[in-house]
Each structure stands twice: as structure tokens, then as C-alpha cells.
Design a protein around this ligand. Structure first.
Ligand SMILES: *[C@@H]1O[C@H](CO)[C@@H](O)[C@H](O)[C@H]1NC(C)=O
Ligand SMILES: *[C@@H]1O[C@H](CO)[C@@H](O)[C@H](O)[C@H]1NC(C)=O
Ligand SMILES: *[C@@H]1O[C@H](CO)[C@@H](O)[C@H](O)[C@H]1NC(C)=O
Ligand SMILES: *[C@@H]1O[C@H](CO)[C@@H](O)[C@H](O)[C@H]1NC(C)=O
Length: 635
């Protein structure tokens, strides 16, 4: 009974591990063979594709090898290989017939090699090829016959080569292409019709090149495009309506070019836009109508421009904006009063490090949801009394390093949840007019994060005192002064005696206020206010760039398993991360027989299990009966 049970278990074990055992066999020294038919080979002992690899290898990755040439026979007799990658191997030549022996390939990756050219028609047998990566090579020119026959190609990566001016019909046959990367080349010219066959294109990368002009109509056939990256070129002007066909566009990067102006209505007809970058261009002005409806835009950056002001409705169509970083424009002097009129969801507004002199009293009145407001490092001399009145939810206001001399005591009256105010680095004038805000600071000690740096700059006898240390009684003379309205030169002697060890004589003998350099001690602020004034994250590090959203899913080169069906004989079955590879002969009769045997075996196993269970049950019952008989022997 017991041996029968054990026998059943063994049968089942063998049945289920058999496919694994066959998979793990026959792997050469420099290669790692996975159960799932993926083989990885590394090392400079490899000079050609290793011979005795498992027959069912579907993915072969060679990296850092000495295989400099792909020969006519390199890929021969590997009819199950679908994805082939040879990288970091100084590959410099491909035999013109190298792929004729492997027409079944779906992916080819030859990145990071020394290819300076590719033979004409070398890929033309590959009618099912989906991915072709030739990035990081030395290609200087590409010609239409290089890609001839690639009717199924979806992904073409030509980035990091030395391309300068691709000809207009080079991509003509690639009508199914969805992803094209031409980034990081030296392209200085693109013909106006070069992309016109690529009507299925989703992602187009032309960043980090030397383009100076965009031809009118160049994107006209790309109605399915989701992402267009043209940042880091030398573009000086845009033709009118150049993006108007891109009705599905979600990402458009134009930053780090040489644009001084942008034509009217350039960003109209792009209702799905979620990301638009135009920063780091020497923009001098923007037209009155620029942005069409783009309600899905949540974050917008506009910095490092030469703008002195902007149209009042610039952001009016970006109704979904959560964060607006409109900063580091060192010529930006003035903002229209209605600029932030229509941003009902805005949470963060950064206007730091501009050149602002003055703010309109109603500038922030519509920003009821604002949490963070950065105004530091401008040239503000004063603020309108009610400027923050509408900001009921504001937590942080940074006013450091402006030219503020005083503020009204009621400035922050409406900001009941304000927790992080920074006022340091301003030339506070501690005369009568400071009384109100000094009182407010005393009452909200914990909300003024840098109160040790909020220091009197004038008059001379108050220098180096913190505004928060000024007591209300010290200003009693102001009331009297108001009443009498006489000469302002009478100094209250009591105040002089209380200043921090600085006597009247000392102070008066020291430098005059105008000669005194405006240096202020700076203490470390909590991280919420530690906002660097320079080093804006570059294109790669902007948060929205880093996080590739769902539409930017480039099919991973290694990820997709191809499930073959039909009369062919590979059957891949993906289950819980394991891939079982079965081989069935193409002869239908034999296949049927084998399947029948397999089912018979499994069925036999199951029958044996049930038999074993039933026997155990019977045995148990007999034992119980025996025990009962022993306990009560029959009379
Ligand atoms: C391939 O080899 C290069 C050079 O040794 C190495 O930098 C790279 O990380 C390797 N790539 C993979 C995928 O193993
Ligand atoms: C191109 O794509 C379409 C649909 O996306 C498909 O029906 C067609 O077969 C593809 N063409 C080739 C040659 O694979
Ligand atoms: C907002 O977009 C609409 C439609 O795209 C346009 O008619 C309108 O002029 C735009 N408003 C501004 C201020 O540009
Ligand atoms: C923009 O400003 C920079 C720095 O102030 C200056 O060098 C450059 O000439 C300006 N460009 C234009 C077009 O005015």
C-alpha cells in the first residue's frame, strides 16, 4: 500500500519536472541557460554564436563578447530563436546574407557596437521583425534600402549615432512603425516629408541634435503621435501651426532651443497635452493667444527665458494645473493682474528668482487652493496690504531676499493655516511702520521659520535686532509722534538703552546705514523652504520626465514571449512566471498520439492517487473495526 502511494508521488514528480530537466541541459561555459529558453552569454572567449545551445532557445543575449562580425552562418539552424541581441561587442560588420538563415526573428538588438554602416537589404528577409535597435553605433548615413522589407517593424532605435541629414524617403516602407528614436545624433536638417509614411507613429524622439529649423508640415501625417521630443536643438523659430495635426499629443518638449518667439496659437488643438516644456529658450515675448485648451496639464515649467512680462491669459486654458514653476527668469519684471485667474486647482506656485518689483493686489485672489507660494529672491520693495487675502489654504510663503522694508500688520490676517513663513534677508526698517508686523511675528513665533534672520537694517540704532524682539512699548512714542506730527528727529532715549549692548554713541559713530553692506546671517531653514535658486533640474530629471506614464510603454526587448500557434511546433505556455516549452512534431497524427499518451499518463496518475486515498480510507476503517473488536471481544 505504502509503496504504491510513494510510486504515485514519484510518477507525478517526474511528470511535472520533465520539461524543466530537458531545459537545463546543454549549456556551454560562458552561457547561462534559463528554464524558459532564455540564454545569456558574456565574455571575450565568445567569437561567434555558441554552437551547443539548447535547441529551443528563443531569446539569446550576447554581451561584452569578441564577436565582431555576424557571418552568413552565425544564425543558421536556430529556427526557434526569436529575439537576438549582441551588444558591447565591437561589432563592425554584418554579412549581407546574415539574416537570410533566420527570417523568423522578431527582435534584433545591436546596440553599443562599432557599426558604421549596414549592408543594403540586410534586414529584408525579416518580414516579421518588430524591434530593431541600432543605437550607440557609428552610423553616419542611413538609406532606404537599409530598412527595406521591414513591413512589421514597430520599434526603430537609431539614437546615439552620427547621423547628420537623413534623406526624405528613408522611412518610407515602415508604415507600421510606432516608436522612432533619432535622439543624440548630429542631425541638422530634416526634409519636410521624412515622417509622412509613419502614420502609426506614437513616439518620436529628435532631442539632442543640431536642428535649426523645423520645416512647415513636417508632422502633418502624425495624427496618432503621443509623444514628441525636440528639446536640446538649435531651433530658432517655428513655422505657424506646425503642431496642429497632433491632436492626440500628450507630451511635447521644446526646451533648450533658441526660440525668441513662438507664433500665435502654436499650442492650439492639443487637448490631451499633459506635458509641455518651453523653458530654457531666450524668449523675448509670447503672443496673446498661445495655449489652446489643455485641461490635463498638471505641471508647467517656464524658466530661464528673457521674458520681461507675459500675456495675462497665458495660463487661462490650463485649468487642471497643480504646480506652476514660473521662476528663474532674470528679466521678468511685471505680472498682469489676471495671470492666475483661472487655476482653481493650483497647489504650488513658484515665482522665485525673477526680477519682480511689484505685485498687483489681486494677483493671487483666485488661488483658493494654493498651499505653497515662493516669492523669494525678487526685488519686491513692498506688498499690497491684502495681497494674500484669498489664500485661505496657504501653508508656506517664502519672501526671503527681497527689498522689503516693512509689511502691514494685517498682511497674513486671513492665512489661518500658515505654518512656514520666511522673511529673512530683507532690509527691514524698524521704525514706527514695523510695529504691526513685529507684533504679528511675536504672536506667531513658531510660524516664522527664520525669525532669527528677520533683522532690522535701519534705523542705525536698531541694527542687528531681530524684528521679533521689538516690544510694542518701544513704539509708544509713535502714537505721540502721530498726534504732535512734529519733527521726527527726536529719539526715544529708553529704546536706545535697551538695544543689544549697542549704545547710542557706538551706533552713531559706526558706519552710516547706506554704507553698511546688506549682509544677513542665514540660518538653516526646514527642508520645505530649502529651495535651490539655481540648478533647475534638467530635462532628464524633471519629475514628469522621470515617471514614464502609461502611454510610454515601450515593449521591452526581452519581455514579450511569442506564443506560436498553427501548424508549427513550438508551444510556449506561461504559467506563474514559468515557461513550459513543449515540442510537438508537426505531423498531426503523431501529435495526436503524443497528446493522447500524455493525457493517459496524467489520467493514470490521478487514478492512482484516488486508489491510494481509497485504500488508506479502507485500511483506517478496518483498523478501527479491529480495535473495537479487541476492546469488546464478542461473547
Ligand atoms: C553589457 O556589457 C557592458 C560592458 O561590459 C556593461 O556595461 C553592461 O552593463 C552589460 N549589459 C548587460 C545587459 O549585461
Ligand atoms: C500593420 O499593422 C496593421 C494593424 O496595426 C496590421 O493589420 C498589418 O498586418 C500590419 N502590417 C504588416 C505588414 O505587418
Ligand atoms: C483657450 O482655448 C480655446 C480653444 O482651444 C481658444 O478658443 C481660446 O482662445 C483659448 N484661450 C486663450 C486665452 O488662449
Ligand atoms: C537673453 O539673456 C541672456 C542673459 O541675460 C543674454 O546673454 C542673451 O543675449 C539674451 N538673449 C536675447 C535674445 O536677448
Amino acid at each position: 500500500m505504502d509503496s504504491l502511494f510513494r510510486g504515485t508521488l514519484w510518477t507525478l514528480l517526474i511528470l511535472f519536472t520533465l520539461p524543466h530537466l530537458t531545459c537545463n541541459m546543454l549549456c556551454t561555459g560562458s552561457c547561462l541557460c534559463g528554464f524558459n529558453g532564455a540564454v545569456k552569454c558574456v565574455g571575450n572567449t565568445i567569437t561567434d554564436i555558441p554552437q551547443n545551445l539548447p535547441i529551443h532557445t528563443y531569446l539569446l543575449q550576447l554581451n561584452d563578447t569578441d564577436m565582431n562580425v555576424i557571418n552568413e552562418r552565425s544564425l543558421a539552424e536556430r529556427n526557434l530563436l526569436l529575439r537576438f541581441s549582441l551588444t558591447h561587442s565591437h561589432l563592425h560588420a554584418i554579412h549581407p546574407n546574415a539574416f537570410q538563415v533566420a527570417p523568423q526573428l522578431r527582435s534584433i538588438k545591436l546596440s553599443s557596437n562599432d557599426l558604421s554602416t549596414v549592408p543594403a537589404k540586410v534586414f529584408s528577409p525579416l518580414v516579421t521583425l518588430e524591434q530593431l535597435h541600432l543605437d550607440e553605433n557609428q552610423l553616419e548615413t542611413i538609406t532606404p534600402d537599409m530598412f527595406e522589407g521591414l513591413v512589421s517593424l514597430l520599434v526603430l532605435d537609431l539614437s546615439q549615432n552620427k547621423l547628420t541629414s537623413p534623406v526624405s524617403d528613408v522611412f518610407d516602407g515602415l508604415t507600421n512603425l510606432t516608436f522612432l528614436n533619432l535622439g543624440r545624433n548630429s542631425i541638422n536638417k530634416l526634409p519636410p516629408t521624412i515622417f509622412h509614411s509613419l502614420t502609426n507613429l506614437r513616439n518620436l524622439m529628435i532631442y539632442n541634435n543640431q536642428l535649426e529649423v523645423l520645416e512647415a508640415g513636417i508632422f502633418d501625417k502624425l495624427g496618432n503621435l503621443l509623444e514628441l521630443k525636440i528639446h536640446h536643438n538649435q531651433i530658432t523659430s517655428l513655422p505657424p501651426h506646425v503642431f496642429w495635426s497632433l491632436k492626440n499629443l500628450m507630451i511635447l518638449t521644446l526646451s533648450s532651443n533658441r526660440l525668441q518667439a513662438i507664433p500665435e496659437k502654436t499650442f492650439y488643438n492639443m487637448p490631451k497635452l499633459t506635458k509641455l516644456t518651453i523653458y530654457n529658450n531666450p524668449l523675448l515675448s509670447l503672443p496673446d493667444q498661445l495655449m489652446g485648451h489643455m485641461p490635463d496639464m498638471t505641471e508647467f515649467y517656464l524658466f530661464s527665458t528673457n521674458l520681461t512680462t507675459v500675456p495675462g491669459n497665458l495660463f487661462a486654458n490650463m485649468s487642471g494645473l497643480l504646480r506652476l514653476n514660473f521662476h528663474l527668469n532674470d528679466k521678468l519684471r511685471e505680472l498682469p493682474s489676471d495671470l492666475f485667474c483661472c487655476l482653481p486647482k493650483l497647489d504650488k506656485l513658484s515665482l522665485k528668482s525673477n526680477d519682480l518689483l511689484y505685485l498687483h493686489p489681486n494677483l493671487f485672489s483666485g488661488l483658493t487652493t494654493l498651499g505653497i507660494l515662493l516669492l523669494n529672491d525678487n526685488k519686491l520693495k513692498s506688498l499690497p496690504d491684502n495681497i494674500f487675502q484669498g489664500l485661505g489654504g496657504v501653508l508656506t510663503v517664502d519672501l526671503r531676499r527681497n527689498h522689503l522694508e516693512t509689511l502691514s500688520g494685517d498682511t497674513f490676517f486671513s492665512n489661518s493655516v500658515l505654518k512656514g513663513l520666511a522673511l529673512g534677508g530683507n532690509p527691514w526698517d524698524c521704525t514706527c511702520s514695523i510695529r504691526g508686523i513685529a507684533k504679528w511675528i511675536r504672536q506667531h513665533k513658531h510660524d516664522v521659520l527664520d525669525r532669527q534672520d528677520v533683522i532690522c537694517h535701519s534705523p542705525v540704532y536698531q541694527q542687528l535686532r531681530t524684528v521679533g524682539s521689538l516690544q510694542d512699548e518701544e513704539f509708544n512714542f509713535c502714537d505721540a509722534k502721530k498726534l504732535k506730527s512734529t519733527s521726527t528727529t527726536t529719539l526715544p532715549t529708553t529704546t536706545l538703552m535697551t538695544t543689544h549692548g549697542i549704545t547710542q554713541q557706538d551706533t552713531i559713530l559706526s558706519t552710516t546705514p547706506t554704507a553698511r553692506p546688506a549682509t544677513f546671517p542665514t540660518t538653516v531653514l526646514p527642508t520645505t523652504l530649502q529651495t535651490p535658486t539655481t540648478n533647475e533640474p534638467n530635462e532628464e530629471f524633471l519629475p514628469t520626465t522621470e515617471n514614464p506614464s502609461s502611454h510610454y510603454i515601450l515593449p521591452n526587448f526581452y519581455g514579450t514571449l511569442v506564443i506560436e500557434q498553427g501548424p508549427e511546433f513550438v508551444h510556449h505556455n506561461l504559467y506563474k512566471g514559468w515557461v513550459y516549452v513543449w515540442f510537438l512534431p508537426s505531423d498531426a497524427g503523431l501529435t495526436g498520439l503524443l497528446m493522447f499518451c500524455y493525457i493517459l499518463l496524467v489520467a493514470a496518475g490521478l487514478v492512482l492517487i484516488f486508489a491510494a486515498v481509497f485504500c488508506m480510507y479502507r485500511l483506517n476503517k478496518s483498523m478501527d473495526e479491529l480495535k473495537a473488536e479487541w476492546a469488546h471481544p464478542p461473547e
